[in-house]
Design a protein around this ligand. Structure first.
Ligand SMILES: [Zn+2]
Length: 253
């Protein structure tokens, strides 16, 4: 997970700000359309309907512009930690992007539905989190990405993932193009809390403050071990960032 997907710095931030303004309006209508599917019956899966391709470049920018921050939470859903993170996000009025592993989504469809019902967005994080994806055949990458897309969409009750984040950031030109053709924007990150290495909440908060000037997309995890410090870090950092004048958004789609 330590691999970085690139794209740091002011240049991408400025470009992102411009894109964020342009796309803010469409974001709302996309979400409304997605929510409509949830409220409907068990069929048909949205994946059966036409999908609008998106850009295949890795996005870091926030749809809330230059002061926007994107909270992204990976590797779940997890029955212990995801509900706690949903609580903290709700208490702070923050929407996040959940990058889900296909097998986890399949095992916990109730949690996927809760994530969607709370207004958060879904991201495809492959079927089995193979961080050597960039060394594998195209057929394998395709299976990992599209099977996870189906698993997540089924678990959610028809809400499709809007992004694709390669496990460990192991994107390839092929995987970006494939995901984008299915309406899933390749999603990077700028701030790595490295919560999977077990730092304290205080250390994670410090990391966020230090690295946020690099870009707006922050990486947390809601699975893969004891995530109590991640929950605590979110509890501290969300009001802190708000007090500093940041707003919370989604990665530009
Ligand atoms: Zn991951």
């Amino acid at each position: 997970m330590a691999r970085h997907s690139g794209g740091r710095g002011w240049y991408s931030k400025v470009i992102g700000a411009a894109l964020g303004v342009a796309l803010a309006a469409t974001g709302a209508s996309i979400w409304t359309a997605q929510a409509g599917v949830v409220g409907g019956s068990s069929k048909p899966a949205a994946s059966e309907t036409a999908v609008k391709p998106v850009a295949e470049t890795i996005v870091h920018a926030s749809d809330k512009g230059p002061r926007g921050v994107n909270i992204t939470i990976d590797d779940g859903p997890d029955p212990v930690w995801t509900p706690q993170m949903l609580d903290v996000l709700r208490e702070n009025g923050v929407k996040a992007t959940f990058c889900m592993v296909g097998t986890q989504a399949e095992a916990h469809p109730d949690l996927v539905k809760k994530v969607v019902a709370a207004g958060h967005r879904l991201c495809d994080h492959s079927v089995s989190h193979d961080t050597t994806m960039d060394k594998q055949s195209q057929a394998y990458q395709k299976q990992q990405i599209l099977d996870a897309e189906r698993m997540i969409t089924k678990a959610s009750g028809g809400v499709r993932p809007m992004y694709y984040r390669a496990p460990g950031g192991a994107f390839t030109p092929y995987s970006r193009k494939l995901a984008a053709s299915h309406g899933m924007r390749p999603l990077g990150w700028n701030v790595d809390t490295k919560d999977f290495e077990g730092p304290s909440a205080a250390t994670m908060v410090e990391t966020v403050e230090q690295e946020l000037p690099d870009g707006p997309t922050i990486l947390f995890h809601d699975a893969g071990g004891d995530r109590s410090q991640t929950v605590e870090a979110l509890r501290q950092i969300l009001p802190q960032l708000k007090a500093e004048g940041h707003t919370f958004g989604f990665p530009v789609h």
